[in-house]
Ligand binder design. Structure first.
Ligand SMILES: [Zn+2]
Ligand SMILES: [Zn+2]
Length: 531
C-alpha cells in the first residue's frame, strides 16, 4: 500500500493491527466475531478483512495491490532491510524491477547517486541481496568459491593426512552451481564436522552425505577408500556429458589423473574443461590461457561515469597488481543512468589520460569508451570523436526486449562500424537474474571475424558473457577474445580471475586471448591499428 501511495492513515491501521495480532497467543480462527472486534488495534475495516481471510483464505485487498505490482518488486520487499520507501525509489526512480537487476546496479555503483542511498546503504543492500540469492538454492561461482575453500580447509583440518578435495561443478568452475561437493579419502564420516557446526546433516547414504552449511547451501560429502581417491576424483569431477562421451571409466589405484587420461587414450584435460563435447577440442592443456598471462586490464570505469575510483587510482592499482596497461572505457552519453560522458567530458578525460601517461613508467593508459549500441545499431558519438580514441567497446545496455533477428542485426551493425574494436558483454545476461537477449551467436561471431572485431569475455562473475560454450567457435573463426573485468572499482579488477576460469572452460588458448599481448601487440591486433 505504501508503494502505491495509499493514505498514511490506512497503512498505519494495518500496521497497528499487525503489531497487535502477532502478539496473540491463540489462533484467531478459534475466536468468534465479537472477540475479534474487541482485539486491540482491530477496527471495523480490519475485522472484516480478518473474517474474509478466515472464510475464503484470500484477501481481495492484498490481491488488488499484488496485481499492480511487478513480481520482482514484491520479491524485493521480502529482502530484509528493504522497506517500501526504498523499494519505491528503486522501482520508480531507478526503473529497476527485479532483484537481480538491483544487485547489479549496486555493483555498478548506481544506487549511491540517489537520495537516501549512500555507499554504505548500497553495500548493505548488496549483501542482503547476495543472501537472498543464496537462499534461492543457486549460486554464482564467485559467490560460493571462498566459502567452499574455507569449508575444505576446515575439513582437511579434521582429516589430517587424508586427501580431501573439492570436486564436481565447483572444481570445474561452473559459472553457476547449486552445491559444493567434497571428496574425502576415508570411508568413515568424522563426527567433528557436525560437532564443530561446520555443517548440518540432511541425509546419509552409502558413501554420500548430504548436508547444508550455515547459509543453507547444499554440501555433498563423498566418502571413498583412499586407494580409490584419484579415480573417484576423476569420476566425480567430470560432468555427466563428459563421462558419457568417454565410455568405460577405469576404477582402481592411480597415481594421478594424468595416468587415467593416458589409460583411456585421451590427452589430459584440465578439470574446467571436463564438460560435454569438450573432449573433441584439440587444445593442449599447456596452451590454455592462465591468469598470469593477462597483461592488460581492458574495460574499466572511473568516477567520470559510474565507477567508484578515479582514473588515476584505477591506473595506479592496475600497475600495482602487475598489469602493464589499462583500457579506460567509461559509459557513453546515452547511458544517462550511469552518468555517461558527453563529448566535452570525454575530451577532458582524453586530456587527463595524456597527462597521466607522461608521468607513468612502464605503464600505459589506453583511451577507450564503452559506447552504447543504440537501438538501430549506431554508436553513441560522431566519428571525429571516436577517431581520437585508442579503442572502442560497443555494448548494448538498453532496449533489451528485441527478438532474435532484430537484436542480432542491431549488434552486427555495430560490429560493422569502422570504429568498433570489441563487442562488450554480447548477450547482456546477468547470471541467475537476467537471461540476456536472444542472439544468433554464429552470425555475430562470423561478423566479428569478417570485421576484425574482438569479443569480450566479461569477467564479472555476474555476467561471464560471452558464454564459454562459444569459445571454440570463436577460435575456429579466428576471432580474438579479451578477458575484461568491467571493473567499477579497484577491487573489480580482480574479477579477471573469473573470466580466466570461464575462458579455460571453453579451451581458450593464450594465443587466442587478445589481452595476453603487451600494449603494442594489443593495439596492433585491433581493427583500427595503432593511432
Ligand atoms: Zn556494459
Ligand atoms: Zn562496463
Amino acid at each position: 500500500m505504501e508503494l502505491h501511495d495509499e493514505s498514511a492513515f490506512k497503512t498505519r491501521s494495518y500496521n497497528t493491527a499487525y503489531v497487535n495480532l502477532r502478539r496473540l497467543d491463540q489462533p484467531i480462527a478459534d475466536m468468534d466475531e465479537t472477540t475479534i472486534s474487541a482485539l486491540p488495534g482491530v477496527g471495523k475495516a480490519i475485522k472484516d478483512k480478518i473474517l474474509e481471510l478466515l472464510e475464503t483464505g484470500h484477501l481481495s485487498t492484498y490481491q488488488k495491490y499484488a496485481e499492480i505490482t511487478p513480481p520482482g518488486i514484491i520479491d524485493m520487499l521480502s529482502i530484509k532491510g528493504l522497506g517500501p520507501k526504498k523499494v519505491k525509489v528503486i522501482w520508480e526512480d531507478m526503473e529497476i524491477e527485479t532483484v537481480g537487476e538491483l544487485l547489479y546496479a549496486c555493483n555498478e555503483n548506481r544506487l549511491s547517486q540517489y537520495k537516501g542511498f549512500g555507499l554504505k546503504t548500497q553495500e548493505a543492500i548488496k549483501q542482503k541481496i547476495e543472501y537472498y540469492f543464496q537462499s534461492q538454492g543457486k549460486f554464482r561461482y564467485g559467490t560460493i568459491i571462498e566459502i567452499a575453500e574455507e569449508l575444505l580447509a576446515d575439513i582437511r583440518h579434521i582429516y589430517t593426512g587424508t586427501p580431501v578435495e573439492l570436486t564436481g561443478d565447483i572444481r570445474r568452475k561452473c559459472n553457476t552451481l547449486d552445491k559444493i561437493e567434497i571428496l574425502i579419502g576415508d570411508t568413515e564420516l568424522a563426527e567433528e564436522i557436525f560437532e564443530q557446526g561446520l555443517l548440518e546433516i540432511i541425509n546419509e547414504e552409502e558413501g554420500v552425505v548430504e548436508a547444508k552449511n550455515e547459509n543453507g547451501m547444499l554440501v555433498l560429502l563423498y566418502l571413498v577408500d583412499e586407494a580409490d581417491f584419484i579415480s573417484s576424483w576423476f569420476y566425480t569431477t567430470a560432468s555427466e556429458g563428459f563421462r558419457n562421451s568417454i565410455g568405460d571409466l577405469p576404477m582402481g589405484n592411480f597415481e594421478d589423473e594424468a595416468a587415467i587420461f593416458e589409460k583411456i587414450g585421451l590427452p589430459y584435460f584440465v578439470p574446467e574443461m571436463r564438460e560435454k563435447g569438450m573432449h573433441n577440442l584439440q587444445v593442449a592443456a599447456s596452451d590454455l590461457v592462465e591468469q598470469s598471462d593477462i597483461k592488460g586490464v581492458i574495460h574499466s570505469h572511473t568516477t567520470y561515469s559510474d565507477g567508484i575510483n578515479t582514473l588515476a587510482q584505477m591506473a595506479t592499482a592496475a600497475k600495482e597488481k602487475g598489469y602493464s596497461y589499462i583500457g579506460i572505457t567509461d559509459h557513453s552519453q546515452t547511458a544517462f543512468y550511469a552518468n555517461g560522458l558527453k563529448p566535452d567530458r570525454l575530451l577532458q578525460q582524453i586530456d587527463e589520460i595524456d597527462r597521466l601517461n607522461t608521468k607513468m613508467n612502464d605503464f600505459t593508459i589506453l583511451k577507450g569508451i564503452e559506447s552504447d549500441i543504440l537501438g538501430d545499431g549506431r554508436l553513441d558519438y560522431e566519428q571525429s570523436l571516436l577517431d581520437q580514441l585508442d579503442f572502442v567497446i560497443a555494448s548494448v545496455h538498453a532496449n533489451l526486449n528485441m527478438d532474435e533477428a532484430k537484436a542480432t542485426n542491431r549488434i552486427i551493425k555495430a560490429i560493422e562500424h569502422p570504429a568498433t574494436s570489441m563487442l562488450g558483454h554480447p548477450t547482456g545476461r546477468l547470471l541467475l537474474s537476467r537471461k540476456g537477449y536472444p542472439l544468433d551467436h554464429k552470425k555475430v561471431i562470423d561478423a566479428c571475424a569478417a570485421n576484425q572485431v574482438s569479443i569480450e569475455i566479461n569477467a564479472s562473475p555476474y555476467r561471464l558473457d560471452i558464454d564459454w560454450t562459444w569459445i571454440p567457435y570463436c577460435m575456429e573463426k579466428g576471432v580474438l577474445l579479451s578477458i575484461n573485468p568491467d571493473a567499477h572499482s579497484i577491487g573489480g579488477i580482480d574479477d579477471i580471475a573469473y573470466g580466466v576460469a570461464s575462458a579455460r572452460k571453453g579451451g581458450l588458448t593464450k594465443e587466442a586471448c587478445l589481452n595476453t599481448r603487451d600494449v603494442e601487440g594489443f593495439m596492433s591486433l585491433l581493427k583500427r591499428g595503432p593511432v
